[in-house]
Structure formats: structure tokens, C-alpha cells
Design a protein around this ligand. Structure first.
Ligand SMILES: CC(C)(COP(=O)(O)OP(=O)(O)OC[C@H]1O[C@@H](n2cnc3c(N)ncnc32)[C@H](O)[C@@H]1OP(=O)(O)O)[C@@H](O)C(=O)NCCC(=O)NCCS
Length: 306
């Protein structure tokens, strides 16, 4: 077989089958619709062989400044097992960095790494700033307990009239404005709730399915008690589903309560950042720099989106 590999090029909806093949070969849970959402939220590119088969992919999801400059989330970085250790991973990273360094201002790059990816990312200037705690709750464990809203609090369905408020809440907690990606996820959410306190929106949460897995996130809340109200309400009545929520380590105070709800820690991958000019981040300093609103980020959207 001719194993020549072509240059990196863009991927589109015509490549859904090839992209799904790459993520499924990793046992990642992504569905075709997840790939559609990724394509609609940003840019996907990769290598092909002479037979036009996709051999690698990477996704870049751009976010706008919320006062601190833009950022881009890198994800879905995969090289087909039969083409590894030949420099394609290096090529994908170089292409991603070139694409962003030609933008003005250049965005901060972020990603959530696997064990395999970490040496590659470190070589390209990424540094771990925090760990992500990925929790799963198996299907069919005991019914979910409830944490009802306190006095002055109210849960509302996230309807169209609330989308702008949710995008703004998300931007203050995440640190960057993610309008396009959030609109895509809100449109696909099976459940979406906004928590009001004294008639003002203070938190929100989404539930999206990947086949039988119910993913909680993004989740923004003003404190642990409010996060639990959103989590248990999003889960209510879905006792037979398996659930997943991925939380940054800054939320460790709530982990015991998640375990009491039947969640089990499944993985603790690093969250890595690369500054726009490639200089190193010091993890602890990056965390000290978090403002109060950023302490309200309880659940990521998905690892590709941060
Ligand atoms: C991570 C991955 C994309 C690397 O792709 P690749 O094409 O094999 O990478 P390259 O050939 O460009 O190698 C890049 C460098 O990374 C390092 N590296 C790659 N795979 C490695 C591994 N399994 N263990 C240790 N180091 C590794 C090497 O240092 C290599 O540098 P070298 O050229 O000096 O040896 C690929 O292994 C992969 O798809 N893994 C599964 C999916 C995954 O985990 N992706 C990361 C998501 S965050």
C-alpha cells in the first residue's frame, strides 16, 4: 500500500465518517453529532494519505476576549495508530500555533491533555496550570437525591430570552466569551436550566447526551450549594442514565458531595495553557490570578471545548 501522506488541509462535514473513525478508535465517546458541533464551532484540519483517507485531525475553537484577550481551545488531536511516531502530531501542533500566532492579538491556547499528548504539548510551550477531575456515575445506581432551591432562588428553563445572559455569565466564569460554541450546545441540550437569585441569573447548567452517557456541563454557579441544585435538577428523573461531569481542581470542596451522589473519579488529566508568545505559565500563579467569577466555573463543556 502507498503510505505517502499529504499536507495538512481543512476538514468539513464531508469528512464526518473519517473523523468519527479516528475518535472511535481511541474509545472516545464522540458521536457524529459531536463532530458536527465541533465543525460548527470552529476549525478542524488534518492529514490525509494518497487514498484521501483522514490520518490525523485537530480542532481549534476560537473564543472572544472578555477583557483579557482572546483564547483558542485545541482538542480532538488524534493521529491514526498506523501513522504515529512519524511527526504528524508535531505537524498538527506547529500548524495550530502558526494559525493563532498570525492573528492579532494572538490568542491564549488551552487544551486538556491525555497521557499520550503531554510530551508533545510540553515541547510546544504548553504548561499544566490545573488538573481536571473527570467524574462518572454508573447507570442504575440509587435514585438521585434532590437539593431544592433555597428561598429567593428559582430555577427556570433556559429559553431564547435567556441565551444572552447565559453567554455573559459563562464569559465571566470561563474568562472568555464563547457565544458560538454555547449556541451550538444550547440548541442540542436535552436539559438546560438557569438559576435565579433575587430575580437575577447567577448560574446555569446543560445536559447533553452522547448515546447513553448524559454529560453535565458547562455548569456555572455562585457557590457549591447552587452547583448542587443545578446538578441534581439536571439529573432528576434520569436515574437509569450514566452521568459524567468534569470539574477543575479549584472545585475540590464539592467532590465529596458528588461522591455522595454516586459519582466516582475516573480520570484526572492536566489542563494546559500556552501564552500567546509561547512563554511559560507558572501553574500556581495562573490559578492565583483567577478572579472571583472564575471560581464559579464548576463543569467544563467537554474536553475539546474547555
Ligand atoms: C499524541 C499523538 C497525537 C502524537 O502523535 P504522533 O504523530 O505519534 O506524534 P509525533 O510523531 O509528531 O511525535 C511527537 C513527539 O511527541 C512525543 N511522543 C509522541 N507519542 C509519544 C508517546 N506515546 N510517548 C511518549 N512520547 C511521545 C515524542 O517525544 C515525539 O517527539 P520525537 O519526534 O522527538 O520522538 C498520538 O500519539 C495520538 O493520536 N494519541 C492518541 C490520541 C491522544 O491521546 N491525543 C492527545 C489528545 S489531548
Amino acid at each position: 500500500m502507498d503510505d505517502r501522506i499529504g499536507p495538512i488541509g481543512p476538514c468539513t462535514e464531508n469528512d464526518l465518517a473519517g473523523l468519527l473513525r479516528l475518535s472511535s478508535a481511541q474509545d472516545w465517546p464522540h458521536t457524529e453529532d459531536d463532530w458536527r458541533m465541533i465543525l460548527a464551532s470552529g476549525e478542524v484540519f488534518g492529514h490525509r494519505n494518497i487514498q484521501d483517507e483522514i490520518l490525523s485531525c485537530a480542532a481549534m475553537i476560537p473564543y472572544d476576549s472578555a477583557g483579557t484577550g482572546p483564547s483558542t481551545s485545541l482538542g480532538m488531536i488524534i493521529v491514526d495508530a498506523k501513522a504515529r511516531r512519524r511527526g504528524l502530531g508535531q505537524d498538527l501542533m506547529t500548524a495550530a500555533i502558526q494559525r493563532t500566532s498570525s492573528q492579532t492579538p494572538s490568542p491564549l491556547l488551552r487544551l486538556i491533555s491525555t497521557l499520550d499528548g503531554r510530551p508533545l504539548y510540553e515541547k510546544h510551550g504548553f504548561r499544566t496550570v490545573e488538573k481536571l477531575h473527570s467524574y462518572r456515575r454508573p447507570a442504575g445506581v440509587a435514585p438521585v437525591g434532590t437539593h431544592p432551591p433555597a428561598s429567593g432562588q428559582e430555577l427556570r428553563l433556559l429559553d431564547r430570552s435567556l441565551v444572552e445572559s447565559v453567554i455573559a455569565l459563562d464569559a465571566s466564569a470561563f474568562g472568555h466569551r464563547r457565544a458560538r460554541m454555547l449556541q451550538e450546545r444550547i440548541a442540542r441540550a436535552e436539559r438546560s436550566l438557569v438559576l435565579f437569585e433575587n430575580a437575577a441569573p447567577v448560574g446555569y447548567g446543560l445536559l447533553l447526551r452522547q448515546k447513553s452517557l448524559a454529560n453535565l456541563g458547562p455548569l456555572v454557579a455562585p457557590n457549591d450549594a447552587a452547583a448542587l441544585i443545578l446538578i441534581t435538577e439536571l439529573m432528576s428523573g434520569l436515574d437509569s442514565a450514566a452521568f459524567r461531569i468534569d470539574l477543575p481542581a479549584r472545585q475540590k470542596a464539592i467532590f465529596g458531595q458528588l461522591e455522595a451522589l454516586g459519582f466516582i473519579e475516573n480520570d484526572v488529566p492536566p489542563i494546559m495553557l500556552r501564552s500567546p508568545d509561547g512563554t511559560n505559565f507558572h501553574g500556581a500563579r495562573a490559578l492565583e490570578g483567577l478572579n472571583d467569577a472564575q471560581k464559579h466555573y464548576y463543569g467544563i463543556a467537554a474536553q475539546a471545548f474547555g
